[in-house]
Write a new protein. Structure first.
Length: 272
């Protein structure tokens, strides 16, 4: 049997998150929000990560091939909002049919929608221009900052990985593998946007941080809300004890005492 993990004894979603988990999740969400704000400041004032945007974009454009561009287009399509929404709906339906609370089952889909709204709002606020059209390998229309694909995939894949980690995974290794896979898929979609030349590096990194913050915050809130009123598990009792406590014990029938005639010290009757 494996020992307790950061998510508690599996399945962790049957109990409220521990104080340790709440602190870790809060710090993780706050750190990503702070990082997003720092990148946003760089976009407005220049410097920082933004100062590397031109060089990074040039490297990807110079080293991409037609095969790599085709692969990046496929990855970007799989990381689009529509594709992610379909996957989120299927995953949520599967978890719900397995008996998990609707709040947890719908967490990946809700995280995706919230992250998409956040990135669209940020695009309208910052209004950052994309890289030159001459390096675009596909048609795009919205503003650059932050990357919608990076935001959406970070929100969905990380939320989905966390939900599966606390509901389905029963081993530490499985939980780690799920989270690593979620991070890897989000990273892959973000890199595809650089290969296609439609985003700056800072757009993609900002999208990852924004999506991660949304996923961690909402998943933690959903986990806590769906378990805060749950009753503690009832210890297992043997069947015989349950029968006695439920139906009561039948009083033992006492046989009447028979008096046996015989000679005693007093010459009278004696009990057996």
């Amino acid at each position: 049997m494996t020992g307790p993990t950061v998510f508690g004894d599996p399945p962790a979603a049957e109990a409220p998150p521990s104080r340790r988990v709440l602190i870790v999740m809060a710090v993780l969400a706050a750190a990503n929000v702070l990082l997003f704000m720092l990148i946003a400041e760089d976009v407005l004032n220049g410097g920082g990560l933004v100062s590397h945007d031109q060089a990074v974009l040039a490297w990807f454009v110079d080293h991409r091939t037609q095969g790599l561009i085709h692969a990046a287009k496929v990855v970007s399509t799989l990381g689009s909002f529509v594709s992610l929404a379909i996957m989120a709906g299927l995953l949520g339906g599967w978890l719900w049919r397995r008996g998990w609370h609707l709040g947890l089952a719908a967490a990946p889909l809700v995280s995706l929608v919230l992250a998409s709204l956040a990135s669209t709002t940020a695009k309208a606020i910052f209004g950052r221009a994309r890289p030159p059209v001459s390096v675009h390998a596909e048609h795009v229309s919205l503003k650059a900052f932050p990357s919608g694909h990076a935001t959406d995939t970070a929100a969905f894949f990380l939320s989905a990985a966390l939900v599966l980690a606390i509901t389905v995974a029963h081993r530490r290794s499985a939980q780690v593998a799920l989270i690593a896979t979620g991070i890897g898929l989000a990273a892959l979609v973000g890199l595809s946007r650089l290969v296609l030349g439609v985003h700056w590096l800072s757009d993609v990194v900002a999208g990852w941080t924004l999506g991660t913050a949304v996923a961690v915050a909402f998943l933690t809130a959903a986990w806590w809300a769906t378990t805060r009123s749950a009753s503690p598990p009832v210890p297992h009792s043997p069947r015989r004890e349950v029968t006695r406590s439920t139906c009561g014990t039948v009083p033992k029938r006492q046989e009447p005492r028979r008096r046996v005639r015989g000679a005693g010290p007093s010459g009278g009757d004696r009990a057996p």
